[in-house]
Structure formats: C-alpha cells, structure tokens
Design a binder for this molecule. Structure first.
Ligand code: 3PG
Length: 207
C-alpha cells in the first residue's frame, strides 16, 4: 500500500489541456498526490499528463470495473480508488501491483475488504454516512484498518477527521472546484491547496 499524504484532491477534469497546469498548481500549493476521477472523457489523458508533473503522484478515482482499472494503470495511476468494492477491480490491482482503495460504509463492507487483504479503505460518502463519528466507531472494532474519508468534506472538517489516528488521508474536491478549473484559475486552486495544507498542519501541531 502506498503511503498517502493527508490531503487527497479529487479532480473532475473536462479538458486534458488543463492537466499539466493543474498539476503544477497542486504542487505549488503543497499537494503531492491527486485522484483523477474517470468521470469525464478527458480523465485518462489528464492522468497521463499530470503523472508527468514532477513531485506529483497520481491515481484514478471512480474506477468501477476491471477495464477501467487496467486503462488507468496503463495511463500511470499508482493507486485505484472506487466508490464501492468490486472484486474485479481488486483483482486487477493485485495482479498489477497497484494499491486498491475501495469505498466502504458499513462494518460488513469493511469485513469483506479485510477478507480480501485490504487495509486502507475509502469511507464514502463520508459526511452523508455518519461522518467522523462513524469512522471513529468503525475504528474501534477494526484497529488495523486505515480510512480515507471522502465526500462532502471541506477544509475545516478535514482537520477534524485527521485527528483520528485511523485516518491516513482525507479526500475531497474542495481544493479543485470544477468552475475554477474550467476558468483556468490556477492561482485560486493553488491558494485553496495551500489553505488545506495549512489547516492540516495546524491540526497536526495542536497538542
Ligand atoms: C469522490 O469522488 O470521492 C467524491 O465525489 C468527492 O466528494 P466531494 O466532491 O464531496 O469532495
């Protein structure tokens, strides 16, 4: 399993020509990883281009089936995130030596993922599924599981999740608003990334 940094931007990109500048804005804002969701026709090409940005590790998100997992890994994804758990996606990741991070909400889903040998899981959709309290409750019975809560989280809430030792990263799209990306407002994106990193550093520095 790869070691996640605490903030995982979730990117929905409509134009691959914006990918390189976006990647540079993320890095300039202190971010070193990004999840490119396979929800747009531009996603795989964007993944390829962002993967070439120095200092940035890219993975794919919204990976729903084996073909998408193969294509994302071919495009350079070093981790594969899914909204739920698909055995075929897990199998592709295992065969190709890439980390799989499937989404879970319930204890039963955690147990299924655990039985497949997975230890880092996305908790999705986080805010709609009980939020920080739900992650804390799951962590008491699954102390070996690490969570990446995602869905409905903003900078302020990110810090709250990250006070849980079981939370290795918080995912979200708030650093990369689709409108800012469409408008090529990379300064705004860089600034949002910097604010997110500072919010996390403040939590980590708290006694
Ligand atoms: C995801 O793909 O993981 C979520 O759509 C991200 O959720 P958010 O847009 O609420 O941050």
């Amino acid at each position: 399993m790869i070691a996640f940094e605490p903030i995982l931007p979730v990117v929905v990109i409509d134009d691959a020509d914006a990918a390189e500048s976006l990647g540079r804005a993320l890095v300039a804002g202190g971010i070193r990883q990004a999840e490119i969701t396979l929800r747009t026709p531009a996603a795989l090409e964007a993944l390829r281009r962002m993967g070439a940005v120095p200092g940035l590790r890219v993975g794919a998100g919204t990976v729903l089936d084996a073909d998408q997992a193969e294509a994302a890994i071919d495009a350079g994804a070093s981790f594969i995130v899914s909204p739920g758990l698909a055995d075929a996606v897990i199998a592709v990741c295992a065969r190709r030596g890439v980390s799989a991070v499937p989404g879970v909400v319930t204890a039963t889903e955690v147990m299924r993922a655990r039985a497949l040998g997975l230890r880092t899981l996305k908790f999705f959709p986080a805010e709609a599924s009980g939020g920080r309290a739900a992650v804390a409750a799951l962590s008491t019975v699954f102390p070996e599981i690490r969570f990446v809560p995602t869905g409905g989280i903003d900078a302020a809430r990110a810090g709250e999740y990250l006070t849980l030792p079981s939370v290795v990263a918080v995912g979200g799209s708030w650093m990369v608003p689709r409108a800012a990306l469409s408008a090529r407002d990379f300064a705004a994106i860089e600034s949002l990334c910097r604010q997110a990193v500072q919010a996390v550093e403040a939590v980590e520095a708290a006694p």
